[in-house]
Design a protein around this ligand. Structure first.
Ligand SMILES: Nc1nc2c(ncn2[C@@H]2O[C@H](COP(=O)(O)OP(=O)(O)O)[C@@H](O)[C@H]2O)c(=O)[nH]1
Ligand SMILES: Nc1ncnc2c1ncn2[C@@H]1O[C@H](COP(=O)(O)OP(=O)(O)O)[C@@H](O)[C@H]1O
Length: 193
């Protein structure tokens, strides 16, 4: 059995990464979502083990020390990291896995998995991005400002990605990502069939 594909999806806060990943879950049978660990507080409606594994700083540090994270990064005052074992086991089982992570973590994953597929999700405009993050209503005013300032730097790192997908409409963005994954499965690779 061939290994699954490792797919990284990044993009600024509020662009629609979570929404697109949720929509993809219903469409792509072979795609598994990597649940990250984080020290940020849960938002209303978020569940431990579903959206994130919510950890204290000490618990997170413990995961780092025990080499349980494939990568981790600090983003706007909190730590976020990808549990390593789940990613490795999923790939070995032949399923594809999608990591919804920010740019610093994505660059670390690229060092370890250069064969990964790196997709950057873009907003139709910065005004639309601001409208979406404010409209979601989950962040304080100060956090929104901080996330928007980071967004500009994040977009500046897009050149390290293989694909850029504009999330104008959710179903269109999903179609583009599905098409990328289908094409990547058809790619001739040196390891053979
Ligand atoms: N490096 C890294 N970033 C992550 C991980 N999990 C989530 N993130 C990113 O951390 C950022 C903040 O996530 P969150 O607080 O849920 O806000 P969001 O931007 O609305 O998704 C987003 O860019 C996420 O993609 C992870 O395991 N590692
Ligand atoms: N294509 C889209 N058009 C309009 N609104 C969208 C679109 N995609 C997502 N949204 C909305 O934008 C907000 C942020 O989406 P979310 O998935 O939480 O972003 P992220 O995970 O990237 O921070 C949510 O309120 C969501 O419903």
């Amino acid at each position: 059995m061939s290994k699954g594909l490792l797919i990284v999806l990044s993009g600024p806060s509020g662009v629609g990464k979570g929404t697109v990943c949720n929509a993809l879950r219903g469409k792509m049978d072979n795609l598994v979502y990597s649940v990250s660990a984080t020290t940020r507080n849960p938002r209303v409606g978020e569940e431990d083990g579903v959206n994130y594994f919510f950890k204290s700083r000490d618990q997170f540090t413990d995961m780092i020390e025990h080499d349980q994270l494939l990568e981790y990064a600090e983003y706007v005052g909190n730590y976020y990291g990808t549990p390593r074992d789940f990613v490795e086991q999923t790939l070995l089982s032949g399923k594809d896995i999608i990591l919804e992570i920010e740019v610093q973590g994505a660059l670390k994953v690229k060092e370890k998995f250069p064969e990964g597929i790196f997709i950057f999700l873009l907003p139709p405009s910065l005004d639309e991005l601001e409208g979406r993050i404010r409209g979601r209503g989950t962040e304080s005013q100060a956090t929104i400002e901080h996330r928007l300032s980071v967004a500009v730097d994040e977009i500046g790192l897009m050149e390290h990605y293989d694909y850029a997908v504009v999330n104008d409409q959710i179903d269109q963005a999903c179609k583009r990502i599905e098409s990328i994954v289908i094409a990547e499965h058809c790619k001739v690779r040196s390891s053979g069939i």
